[in-house]
Design a protein around this ligand. Structure first.
Ligand SMILES: CC(C)(COP(=O)(O)OP(=O)(O)OC[C@H]1O[C@@H](n2cnc3c(N)ncnc32)[C@H](O)[C@@H]1OP(=O)(O)O)[C@@H](O)C(=O)NCCC(=O)NCCS
Length: 182
């Protein structure tokens, strides 16, 4: 289909203890709309989008791009984990010197507080480490987003910088499958 750097996308579905990570399908459209329309999910992401607008604009099969995993529990989508490769146009950003793949995660509120995001992100990062050994992954999140900050720490991201943007303090961190030699 398409590529994530030199890696063919999509991989075979990834199974964890409780979840499956797979490429998106048409059946995920309603849950993708729900994610983007949810005030709770979008509190720290610029606010929810209008349901009617999403119904008009979300493609029949949403999220068809390399690194965009649907997270499924018992056959239903509960969230997404994205490993987004940065396009050359975005490479002017000096923070991209730290890494050119960015992790993102969005879960439906009813799936919060059960460790699903940790389980899914760990599996996605393991897959990434196997596909592109040693390549770092970066992450942006608002410091006020306590759940996201806890998740970033559990996954092993370390802080590189805090900065102000969009009227809030932002956290910028990096993860690598290779432990630096002291
Ligand atoms: C950020 C987000 C993914 C975190 O979700 P989450 O469910 O809190 O994250 P985890 O999967 O790590 O779950 C951790 C919680 O599950 C609990 N838990 C319950 N059962 C567990 C289990 N079997 N294993 C691990 N943790 C478990 C943990 O104790 C922890 O509880 P706590 O929040 O009270 O400390 C979620 O809040 C979200 O989608 N937010 C909106 C989108 C967003 O802001 N994304 C960030 C931008 S990149």
């Amino acid at each position: 289909m398409t590529e994530l750097g030199p890696v063919a996308w999509p991989p075979a579905p990834i199974k964890t203890e409780r979840l499956v990570l797979r490429e998106s399908e048409a059946q995920d459209r309603a849950a993708v709309i729900e994610l983007n329309a949810s005030p709770q999910v979008n509190t720290y992401l610029g606010g929810p989008r209008a349901h009617a607008e999403l119904e008009r604009t979300v493609p029949e099969v949403p999220g068809q791009c390399p690194g965009w995993f649907v997270v499924e529990l018992d056959g239903a989508m509960i969230g997404t984990v994205q490993l987004k490769p940065h396009t050359p146009e975005r490479r002017h950003n000096r923070r991209l010197e730290a890494g050119t793949t960015e992790l993102g995660y969005l879960f439906l509120p009813e799936a919060w507080g059960r460790g699903y995001a940790t389980e899914a992100c760990t599996a996605a990062l393991d897959w990434f480490a196997g596909a592109l050994p040693g390549q770092p992954v970066v992450l942006y999140t608002q410091t006020a987003n306590a759940r996201s900050m806890r998740l970033a720490a559990k996954l092993g991201f370390t802080e590189l910088e805090r900065f102000e943007a969009y009227g809030a303090e932002q956290w910028f961190g990096v993860w690598s499958s290779v432990t630096p030699v002291e």
